[in-house]
Design a protein around this ligand. Structure first.
Ligand SMILES: Cc1ncc(COP(=O)(O)O)c(C=O)c1O
Length: 387
């Protein structure tokens, strides 16, 4: 069979190979501990499940949804953005329901990029920014996220020639995989840069609600002028343990959303109305469960950081996300360390190199595993490194 040439340039998704190896080991009876993919281990809160059960039983939700989304979901989102971020949104023009952020990111690339265009992509970065761009035939200009810059890209490194060719800039803070947060005027600099070169900004806001030590993550759209240049993607996956449900939304610049909408009307038929109504219900309800999740992840973060320090691996305690971005011990690459702990300790970590060339020298450890398994994983890593 012959397949599209665009598949030739597309690497398998980062976690696809890891999932195969884990399945193989588990099938042969090995007790694998995964600190790999960021997929919450705890269940979706009961009040959300109960609301979805009610909505599924309601026949008004049986029909095709609209691709923009229900007005009650849009209005609940506008209320949430005002309360939480101080951002005014026009629910009729500045909101669209998305099937999670991954779908939105990949389809935004189709809506924005032609072959030969340039996409500005953080390195390391969530793999869909580069993968989604490459599948459209666009070129990727990596923006190096260096520890000494707080893992923020240095926009001055982009030449004016490159900036003039660039059509889209992907960013996301609290950041996956580095777990960095914004603590300065970076978003202002992004807006100025995007205006100067007429570049669309996509702020991937998947982790704004999972923060620690009193840090409160801002919305990109709270930056003056941000709506002129960009949109923000919000996901229910991580704060509500809903990765399987596929719910989120895109908000901000109407022009970008209208193009995404036109594309998506040709590709999918929108989000199940029952899920949209449930998502609206979540936005209108108290968020005690999110505060509890933050406490769980903070405790695990401290446990993991202390355990790693005791085996000589120093990792800063992040103020956001569900990850730790940890330098590998001397003598290892991110791949050789990952291989070593998988083979000798049956512990899965994600090689930093998988997030882009600048991820070399790091591994990402996820906190979405029970406390006792995290402790056990570090014991096993310690033993495996002695071999
Ligand atoms: C930075 C980032 N963006 C987007 C996603 C995808 O989220 P969703 O489940 O909403 O598709 C993830 C998931 O891990 C992520 O880490």
């Amino acid at each position: 069979m012959l397949f599209s040439r665009r598949m030739d340039n597309l690497a398998p998704y980062l976690f696809a190979e890891a999932e195969r190896k884990i399945a193989e080991k588990r099938a042969s009876g090995i007790d694998v501990i995964s600190l790999g993919i960021g997929d919450p281990d705890l269940p979706t809160p009961a009040y959300i499940v109960e609301e979805m059960q009610r909505q599924v039983a309601d026949p008004r939700n049986d029909r095709y949804p609209s691709n923009w989304g229900l007005s009650e979901y849009a209005e609940a989102t506008a209320g949430f953005y005002k309360r939480r971020f101080g951002v005014d949104l026009d629910p009729a023009k500045e909101f669209m329901a998305t099937l999670g952020s991954k779908e939105a990111l990949a389809h935004l690339c189709w809506a924005m990029l032609d072959p030969g265009d340039l996409a500005l992509v953080p390195d390391p970065g969530y793999p869909v920014y580069s993968g989604g761009s490459i599948i459209c035939g666009a070129q990727v200009r990596y923006l190096n996220l260096r520890p000494e810059n707080g893992f923020l890209p240095d926009l001055d490194e982009v030449s004016s020639q490159e900036a003039q060719r660039a059509k889209v800039l992907f960013i996301g803070y609290p950041n996956n995989p580095t777990a960095a947060v914004i603590e300065d005027d970076f978003f202002e600099r992004v807006v100025a840069f995007a205006k100067r070169y007429d570049i669309a900004v996509v702020h991937d806001n998947a982790y704004s609600e999972l923060t620690y030590d009193g840090y409160v993550a801002p919305s990109f759209l709270a930056t003056p002028g941000a709506k002129d240049v960009g949109i923000e993607l919000f996901s229910f996956s991580k704060p509500f343990n809903m990765t399987g449900w596929r719910t989120g939304f895109a908000v901000g610049n109407h022009d970008i959303l209208a193009h995404l909408w036109r594309l998506k009307t040709n590709l999918d038929s929108g989000m199940f109305d029952a899920l949209q109504r449930t998502s609206a219900h979540i936005l209108n309800s108290p968020w005690d469960s999110v505060r509890e999740m933050c406490e769980v992840y903070r405790r695990r973060r401290d446990l993991l950081a202390d355990a790693l320090a005791s085996v000589g691996m120093q990792a800063p305690k992040p103020k956001g996300t569900v990850y730790m971005w940890v330098p590998v011990p001397a003598g290892y690459t991110s791949a050789s360390f990952t291989e070593r702990v998988l083979e000798q300790a049956a512990v899965v970590v994600t090689p930093g190199r998988g997030y882009g060339p600048a991820g070399e020298g790091f591994v990402r450890l996820s906190l979405t595993t029970p406390d006792d398994r995290i402790a056990e994983a570090v014991h096993r890593i310690k033993d495996s490194l002695k071999l």
